[in-house]
Design a protein around this ligand. Structure first.
Ligand SMILES: Cc1cc2nc3c(=O)[nH]c(=O)nc-3n(C[C@H](O)[C@H](O)[C@H](O)COP(=O)(O)O)c2cc1C
Length: 176
């Protein structure tokens, strides 16, 4: 599958098959891809908590009434923000840029696209009870995202709704 095909195939899954567990080696492949993602000054300012079983159920139950579908995902991943390394911290301060969010977003892209390439499905969740999840997992830093991972009960590819090309990019012509 070429990359564009993979990008078209990845979609937010809201109909996980509760009965279909995910093999550990597939979870590890997703994490291996995530580790290979680039980050500012190679700081990798994040930590991935991978949950299954009761703990996954407890956390998915803390993702709000919008996200009740997450209860059917056999794997729940909690993304904890970590510190920059020194160079990324200095760079982010001098340039007034939030590299952490960028780094985390890229790493989640790698993970979700690898999952797609393995026939798995994901949904990135930005709505969750941060304090309760922190308490449950004894996490001190900020939790930035929760990711539901599993197999879709129905693998149908939905039509992608996106902004028009002109609203989202412009290829500038060189006037010289
Ligand atoms: C940072 C972030 C937070 C999101 N939070 C949620 C969420 O809480 N619940 C949900 O169902 N989808 C959530 N989504 C999924 C988006 O709604 C989805 O990516 C978008 O509508 C595009 O659809 P697609 O992923 O199927 O291409 C989130 C996505 C991102 C990147």
């Amino acid at each position: 599958m070429d990359f564009l095909e993979l990008a078209r195939k990845r979609q937010s899954c809201r109909n996980f098959d509760l009965k279909k567990a995910v093999d550990k080696d597939l979870i590890e492949k997703c994490l291996d891809a995530m580790i290979l993602s680039p980050s500012a000054c190679n700081a990798q300012p994040y930590f991935y908590h991978v949950l299954e079983g009761d703990l996954a159920k407890k956390v998915s139950g803390l993702t709000g009434s919008f996200n009740t579908f997450a209860k059917n995902a056999p794997v729940i991943i909690v993304l904890e923000e970590e510190n920059y390394n020194l160079t990324a911290k200095v760079g982010s301060t001098i340039k007034n840029q939030d590299y952490k969010s960028i780094d985390m977003g890229i790493s989640v892209s790698y993970l979700t696209l690898e999952a797609t390439s393995l026939g798995l499905s994901t949904c990135i969740l930005g709505w969750f009870n941060e304090n309760e999840i922190k308490r449950l997992l004894k996490i001190k830093n900020k939790i930035r995202l929760v990711i539901a991972l599993g197999y879709a009960a129905n693998g149908e590819i939905k039509e992608k709704k996106r902004k028009s090309k002109s609203a989202i990019y412009k290829i500038w012509e060189d006037e010289n």
